[in-house]
Design a protein around this ligand. Structure first.
Ligand SMILES: Nc1ncnc2c1ncn2[C@@H]1O[C@H](COP(=O)(O)OP(=O)(O)O)[C@@H](O)[C@H]1O
Ligand SMILES: [Mg+2]
Length: 333
């Protein structure tokens, strides 16, 4: 395993006192400080500006969604928070402690799930759990057994024989079972099937109920909507919007397509719904608010089939932030 991978894993299990404390009970260094704060945080890789003047403040106990398309700087932010890379400018703190100069203390109470699982291939999942728990200094073994069941993981299998999704589960279970006060999750559901997405959501809600802080990076709007108290939207290394779900409600939209038994009728679309004819028998609707009024309009109009999907983050960006979604949301030249 590369040194980088080793360091990633050790961050995932940085030694911590056990049993874990709920965020509200924190004492000593970091009591009352934000779980995460970043001031004008920037990172360049050669000519690439991966992160540009990021300001963040996340309170203890919050579930924060860090939403951005691929290449927008989510992983870079998490690497800086973990002290894996040195910031080019600005500063980042966890529980009031500098992520780079006070790395050991700052990461005492952090569990991390990487987007790309890097584990020890010759160990079984069960051995991995034991090893990580020992390095960390403790874990909640009862909760871990519950999670193994919930995520339907066979802990006797060697990591190298596991699919990417199952390796992702190993990381997730180890991090969740640590009950660390701060969970840094970098696109943790990439590779998980939809059933496991439900298991993941249940687990994040349990973490929240337990008082833990969760920083969840994602490029999937619906995932963040389902889980997070507050959302920050990252585009091309900059935080371009931030707020509660209520404040960002305007971002949600659905695309509904209805196919009719014969020619599609002329319809007066309800408020907040735009309509487009995409085939002789098919209409496409963009719905900004609740979908009920549209369904009322369609009732009794000879609809054969109906499909609905959420727009990709790229489409959302195109509509709301006036940019192409490519290259981390960087505007097209
Ligand atoms: N180690 C690195 N070396 C050079 N460029 C990098 C490195 N890591 C990330 N980048 C670049 O920084 C930008 C942000 O990447 P990243 O933080 O991985 O985005 P995300 O996690 O949102 O997909 C991208 O343009 C990416 O190519
Ligand atoms: Mg990433």
């Amino acid at each position: 395993m590369s040194g980088g991978a080793a360091r990633r894993i050790l961050c995932c299990v940085s030694p911590v006192s056990t049993p874990p404390r709920a965020a509200g009970e924190r004492s000593g260094p970091g009591a009352g400080a934000p779980a995460i704060s970043a001031r004008a945080l920037g990172k360049r890789y050669g000519a690439t500006v991966a992160l540009d003047g990021l300001d963040l403040e996340i309170a203890q106990g919050e579930v924060y969604g860090f939403l951005g398309p691929n290449g927008s700087g989510k992983t870079t932010t998490i690497r800086l928070l973990l002290g894996l890379h040195r910031a080019s400018s600005g500063s980042a703190r966890l529980f009031g402690l500098d992520c780079f100069s006070a790395a050991a203390l700052a990461h005492r109470d952090v569990a991390y799930v990487a987007g790309e699982p890097a584990l020890w291939p010759a160990m079984t999942a069960a051995e991995t759990f034991e090893f990580l728990a020992r390095v960390r200094g403790g874990t909640d073994t009862r909760y871990r057994a519950q999670l193994v069941e919930r995520f339907q993981l066979d802990p006797s299998r060697k990591v190298r024989a596991l699919s990417k999704g199952n390796r992702q589960k190993v990381q997730l279970i180890a991090a969740l079972a640590s009950r660390a006060p701060l969970l840094l999750l970098d696109e943790p559901t990439a590779g998980l099937d939809p059933l496991m997405e439900v298991a993941f959501r249940d687990s994040v809600r349990e973490a929240r109920d337990n008082g833990q802080t969760v920083f969840l990076s994602s490029h999937i709007l619906s995932e963040v909507e389902a889980l997070c108290d507050r959302v920050g939207i990252l585009r091309a290394g900059r935080l371009i919007d931030e707020g509660t779900l209520q404040q960002l409600r305007h971002l949600s939209a659905q695309t509904v397509e209805a196919t009719f038994a014969g020619a599609a009728p002329e319809l007066a679309a309800p408020d907040g719904v735009s309509v487009e004819r995409v085939a002789a028998d098919t209409l496409r609707f963009e719905v900004a608010g609740p979908v009920g009024p549209l369904l009322d309009t369609l009732a009794g109009r000879g609809v054969l089939s109906i499909t609905s999907r959420e727009p990709s983050l790229e489409e959302v960006f195109l509509h709301h932030y006036d940019t192409s979604g490519g290259d981390g949301g960087r505007p097209s030249p």
